[in-house]
Structures are given as C-alpha cells and as structure tokens.
Design a protein around this ligand. Structure first.
Ligand SMILES: Nc1ncnc2c1ncn2[C@@H]1O[C@H](COP(=O)(O)OP(=O)(O)OP(=O)(O)O)[C@@H](O)[C@H]1O
Ligand SMILES: O=P(O)(O)OC[C@H]1O[C@H](OP(=O)(O)O)[C@H](O)[C@@H]1O
Length: 175
C-alpha cells in the first residue's frame, strides 16, 4: 500500500516522516520513497535526489507534480516495493491524491497544524525567503473526498505526532 503524506507547508510532514523512519528502521515492511526535486541538494530538509529541469524532464516517474516553482517526482521503484507487499510512504502533493488512489492501493496521512504555528515554524526553518514563505502559507489544496485519510494535528511535540501516525500505520490492512 502507498501512503501519501500530505498537508500544508510547515505542518511537519518531513519531521513526522523522519520520526517514522527512525521508529520503523528495523521493520522491513516499511519503505520511504526518496523524492526527486529540482531543488539544490544542499537546500536543507529531506535527503532528495537533486535534478536540473532537463534531467527531471528525461525521467519516468510514478507520480510527479509542480509546486512552489519546483518539480517533484516519486521514483518508479516504488511500484516494485508495492508489488512485494511493502508499505511505501511518500511525501506527496495534495494535488496528486486522486491519481495516486486510482493507480495504487492507497491511504493518506494528513499532517496539519494551525496557521500561526506553521508561520512560526517556516520562519524559524529559514529554508525559503519571506515572500516564498508567505506564498506557502496561503497555498490551499483541499483533500479530495472518498479517500482513506488519517489527520494528525502536529501541534504539540513531534514525538506525539509520530506516535499517532505510527498507530495508524499499524492499523492498516496487510497487503
Ligand atoms: N511538533 C513540532 N514542534 C515544533 N517544531 C516542529 C514540529 N514539527 C515540525 N517542526 C518544525 O517546523 C518546521 C517545518 O517542519 P517540516 O519541514 O517537517 O514541515 P513540512 O510540512 O515538511 O513543510 P514543507 O511542506 O514546507 O516542506 C521544521 O523546522 C521542523 O523542525
Ligand atoms: O501544497 P501541496 O500541493 O499539497 O504540496 C506541494 C509541495 O509542497 C511540499 O513540498 P516541499 O517539501 O515543501 O518543497 C509537498 O511535499 C509538495 O511537494
């Protein structure tokens, strides 16, 4: 099953995924997709595959989208993992959820937090310039209806959010 980790900028998707990755490191059932992004490798945050626009255009991805002036792709290799019954976690855009659900066994892990907390977190993170942060905070993308969704309110500690997300993963049907 593919788990799309989504939510507004600053909610804590990367943070919760990093916590899950550490918590599930010994469990071979779980795989974390490495994204390709047209963002420099040293920009901070996740360990992504940094591609130029030209390199990105030549790749064949399982899922891809554009946001924040960047291109994002999920590698085809997830299909091999899914075929072997793995649970694949991937940080996705909310705009590709219907496509993902149409193509793969799929559930959503929706990470969110209040607008005030997200604003403070993005400012403290410092990965983007203030104008980009403002654009990120105002970006809205509703979740499509009819999907299996767990919403995690990441408004206390990262550990608490990771624990809720981990319980959700444990509750999912085995492939
Ligand atoms: N529960 C929390 N308490 C305090 N700080 C947090 C918490 N969760 C995340 N953060 C911090 O908030 C910032 C944003 O988190 P993160 O990068 O994980 O968000 P994101 O949803 O992946 O955002 P984006 O979509 O912009 O990449 C990071 O600096 C992170 O360390
Ligand atoms: O707003 P939506 O479309 O859900 O997400 C748009 C993009 O923003 C985030 O990327 P980043 O890691 O913050 O660059 C998401 O992971 C996604 O790639």
């Amino acid at each position: 099953m593919l788990i799309g980790v989504v939510g507004p900028s600053g909610a804590g998707k990367d943070t919760v995924m990093a916590g899950l990755r550490a918590a599930l490191a010994e469990d071979p059932r779980f795989v974390f997709a490495r994204r390709a992004i047209t963002r420099p490798a040293d920009a901070g945050g996740e360990d992504h595959l940094a591609l130029t626009e030209a390199e990105f255009a030549r790749q064949d991805f399982a899922l891809q989208w554009s946001a924040h002036g960047l291109r994002y792709g999920i590698p085809r290799s997830i299909e091999h993992d899914l075929a072997r019954g793995r649970v694949v976690l991937a940080n996705l855009s909310r705009t590709v959820l219907e496509e993902a659900a149409a193509r793969y066994p799929f559930a959503v892990l929706h990470i969110t937090a209040s607008a005030a907390l997200r604003a403070a977190r993005l400012a403290a993170r410092g990965r983007e310039e203030p104008a980009d942060i403002a654009a990120r905070l105002s970006r809205e993308a509703p979740l499509p209806p009819g999907l299996r969704v767990l919403t995690v309110m990441n408004d206390t500690t990262p550990e608490a959010a990771v624990a809720v997300a981990r319980n959700y993963l444990a509750s999912l049907p085995r492939a």
